[in-house]
Design a protein around this ligand. Sequence first.
Ligand SMILES: *[C@@H]1O[C@H](CO)[C@@H](O)[C@H](O)[C@H]1NC(C)=O
Ligand SMILES: *[C@@H]1O[C@H](CO)[C@@H](O)[C@H](O)[C@H]1NC(C)=O
Ligand SMILES: *[C@@H]1O[C@H](CO)[C@@H](O)[C@H](O)[C@H]1NC(C)=O
Ligand SMILES: *[C@@H]1O[C@H](CO)[C@@H](O)[C@H](O)[C@H]1NC(C)=O
Length: 492
Amino acid sequence: MFSLYYFTVLLLSVCAGEDVINNRRFPPDFIFSVGTSAYQVEGGWNEDGKSPSIWDTTVHNNPAFIEDSSNGDIACDSYHKIEEDVANLKELGVTHYRFSIAWTRIFPNGIGEVNEAGVAYYKKLIKELKNNGISPFVTIFHWDIPQALQDMGGILNSSFVSWYSDYARECFKRFGDDVDYWITFNEPQQVCTGGYGYGYFPPAVKSEGLLEYFCVSQVVKSHAKAWHIYDSEFRSKQNGKVSITLDTGAFLPASNSSADEEAADRMLHFTLGVYANPIYVGDFPEVVKSRVAARSAAEGRNQSRLPELTPEEIDYIRGTHDFFGLNVYSASVAQAMEDPPVQNPPSKWQDQAVTTSMPSDWESTSQQFTKVVPWTVRSLLNWIKNTYNNPGIIITENGYPSKGDKDDRRLYYIRGYLSYIRDTMIEDGVSVLGYTVWSFMDNFEWTSGYTQKYGLYEVDFSSPNRTRTIRPSGEFYRKVTQTRCLVDNCVD
Ligand SMILES: *[C@@H]1O[C@H](CO)[C@@H](O)[C@H](O)[C@H]1NC(C)=O
Ligand SMILES: *[C@@H]1O[C@H](CO)[C@@H](O)[C@H](O)[C@H]1NC(C)=O
Ligand SMILES: *[C@@H]1O[C@H](CO)[C@@H](O)[C@H](O)[C@H]1NC(C)=O
Ligand SMILES: *[C@@H]1O[C@H](CO)[C@@H](O)[C@H](O)[C@H]1NC(C)=O
């Protein structure tokens, strides 16, 4: 069904010779947002009692970890630019602003004593947003675990679940009266596969298919505990929504053979499903459980490398969501492959047994893993609808990287995604509640440093003022937020 759709869309867009942009207005309560995260924009890395996170220590101790040997010590200097940033958000006309709280500002030791100066910074930001009619959309954890906790094993310590949920409770308690939307974890796949699988992100542990999976179980347990805390202690008076943000590309089957269709499905279960299934359905996806268990046994292990959830844990984690946060940037083609021979060390790649690729005729960007394929979002949104019982989806990130040029392609990309999202809402009945551009402004793009630009605002990192200048794509987005539509002649 998906591949049929894939061919139909391809055919239609080839025949039309251009993209047909949806002209129907988005619903009045649709969320139009832009996103950032604390370490990428704030700077002020050691100010007012903030302690180092694993990103601070990595960039300081090992500058070569970052492409341009840069760091986030100052970044966009947003720590000192609340008024300016909120004025720009107001200019964009967004309904919400997605930002994250730095754990290290609230609890410099990770646990224990609260740092009131850190609380005051976010209180001030939230107040300024609300005074300007913008609703805060807050990420509790966006990769910057306190170094103090990393020194005690970080996310792998069984105590992490209570460290994290105590921190989340403090966030709800201090800020929850003014926050409608919370995200517990941003892109845990990057934390677990990046941090404990391939090791391309701090703490750079390489343990594919082992600690990588253990990390997954820690994330879903921690998320669930934070959600339950909100549900039982805060929901009745704060009335907000709490969920998790997961990242994946779309996966298109290489052919309409059932083997390739299963391969595309399997990729989604290994990237998205390992987090989503416990939360939206219950337990890890069957295909992941059975494949990892079988290969683990063949490797001579006495238990699966994917931790087993107890029936009590399955029940506790199931249903801990109020929406579905999705970060999507691109897509790949998935092709079935023979199961690789059992070998040590194991890897998630072997467990998946899928070959992925990006066709050379898809438009490239400055990031190898991002090609411009807005039409692929439709199959992904439908997959989420069908697999997780049509949860309200909020696109919490979508954006176009460049080296500072090609802003016209950024505009094309954002308009294209929004158009296919609107098509999917109308024609397939998929519930999409909001959309977020990554990013509000150019910022410290993790291991790419300042070499990759995603901003609707350009930031001049050579100026001490970190001067922000709106790009044409930002002007376009402002028009979208004002008209709730993508073209000049809108239809309700
Ligand atoms: C895990 O955390 C506990 C405190 O909750 C600590 O006593 C223990 O040493 C930590 N484990 C490791 C491996 O650091
Ligand atoms: C794949 O599509 C072609 C053309 O529509 C069709 O002839 C063929 O039977 C399909 N194969 C499968 C396995 O569905
Ligand atoms: C499984 O094997 C590990 C060592 O590889 C051992 O520590 C553990 O006790 C074994 N568990 C069971 C249930 O046999
Ligand atoms: C920085 O901003 C201040 C105040 O707006 C201005 O006076 C100054 O010229 C700016 N400096 C640069 C280098 O842009």
